[in-house]
Design a protein around this ligand. Structure first.
Ligand SMILES: Nc1ncnc2c1ncn2[C@@H]1O[C@H](COP(=O)(O)OP(=O)(O)OP(=O)(O)O)[C@@H](O)[C@H]1O
Ligand SMILES: [Mg+2]
Length: 333
């Protein structure tokens, strides 16, 4: 019998995922927590809390404790990790688990320390950290240990991070705090200005997934959207078309393209040559935005493709690193 469980955790801005060594993904829930305003009591975590977003009465606050890949609310994050560990461990475990958590390549020492502390005080026996771009590359089945340059771009809910990996480590990286959440916000703003229509975050996300695209669609699509009129305050329905959404979100997509370009510009030329040969790999939930790879290929001039199950690359890679510590120890802190 194994005495200790080993877990990998991806604390994403949008979604938190837990992997158990030898098992695989055992939990995948939104990074959302509902808290009582008066007593700071945790009322719901994950799926249950996300359902409350935009529908909560005044005495409940619905919080996203991670912002742009780093902890924005320490207490709530710690409580959330505790809840996740409890879900995964059950009550039969006497010893806390060993936990590996991935952190964006650009985080500060203080931010790293906060992740380790929160994980330990949530009940972990040991906490390790791994760079998220490296984890994403391992999860995308890129042969990270070879002496070749590979580029991975992870576009999540809070941030887009471009990185070049070679010989098992991150060589260059750049991050921009633009991801799916900001795209949703821009869609909300656009409808409020253009149509006097007020919608919630979840509706904006649904619009993005249904008719959003990173390049203009040859055959534009429309979608009927329900919200509230900002002038009259009454329910209202508006038909939105994909061209309008494309125009609204394009500046954000340009920010992501810029970060890829800047990363390549600081990459040693030999590695750039490898990347041109091998192509750019995209991961993260937002890489699923329609035609995202086409936009990258067009703007950067290097072929880009989306990894299989892109939203799980980071957790898979973190899990694989946890299961093969002897291979990846150099990259682990
Ligand atoms: N089909 C889709 N098209 C466009 N966006 C999508 C699609 N599916 C999911 N997303 C977006 O992906 C984002 C979540 O991605 P992911 O789970 O990789 O983020 P995260 O890891 O929590 O965030 P981060 O890595 O920035 O901290 C959300 O904004 C979601 O709306
Ligand atoms: Mg992520």
């Amino acid at each position: 019998m194994k005495l200790f469980k080993k877990l990998a955790i991806d604390l994403g801005t949008a979604n938190s995922i837990v992997w158990e060594a030898g098992v695989g993904i055992v939990l995948n829930e939104p990074t959302v927590v509902a808290v009582g305003v008066d007593d700071a009591k945790i009322l719901a975590v994950g799926n249950e809390a996300k359902k409350m977003l935009g529908k909560n009465p005044e005495y409940i606050e619905v919080i996203r404790p991670m912002e742009d890949g780093v902890i924005a609310d320490y207490e709530v994050t710690e409580a959330m990790i505790k809840y996740f560990l409890k879900q995964v461990m059950g009550s039969a475990w006497f010893f806390g688990p060993e936990v590996m958590v991935c952190v964006p390549a650009g985080v500060t020492q203080v931010e790293q320390r906060a992740v380790v502390d929160a994980t330990l005080s949530a009940g972990a026996r040991k906490a390790y950290l791994i760079d998220e771009p490296l984890a994403a590359a391992i999860g995308a089945k890129i042969p990270v240990s070879e002496p070749f340059g590979n580029m991975i771009v992870d576009i999540g809910g809070g941030a887009a991070e471009a990185a070049v990996i070679a010989l098992g480590g991150v060589v260059t990286h750049k991050t921009v705090r633009v991801g799916g959440n900001k795209i949703d916000k821009v869609i909300m703003e656009f409808l409020r200005k253009k149509n006097n229509l007020i919608i919630g975050e979840q509706t904006a996300e649904a619009i993005k997934i249904k008719i959003g695209s990173a390049i203009k669609l040859k055959r534009p699509e429309t979608m009927e959207v329900n919200g509230r009129d900002s002038v009259y305050g009454l329910p209202k329905m508006v038909a939105v078309d994909s061209d309008q959404i494309y125009e609204a979100i394009r500046p954000l997509l340009d920010n992501i393209i810029t970060v890829i370009r800047d990363t390549l510009e600081t990459t040693p030329p030999e590695l750039v040559a490898d990347i041109v040969d091998r192509g750019i790999v995209l991961s993260g939930g937002t890489s699923q935005l329609r035609n995202f790879n086409t936009l990258v290929t067009r703007e950067i001039g290097v072929s880009a493709h989306v990894a299989p199950e892109p939203q799980f690359c980071v957790i898979k890679g973190t899990g694989i690193a946890l299961e093969n510590l002897e291979v990846y120890w150099r990259a682990i802190r």
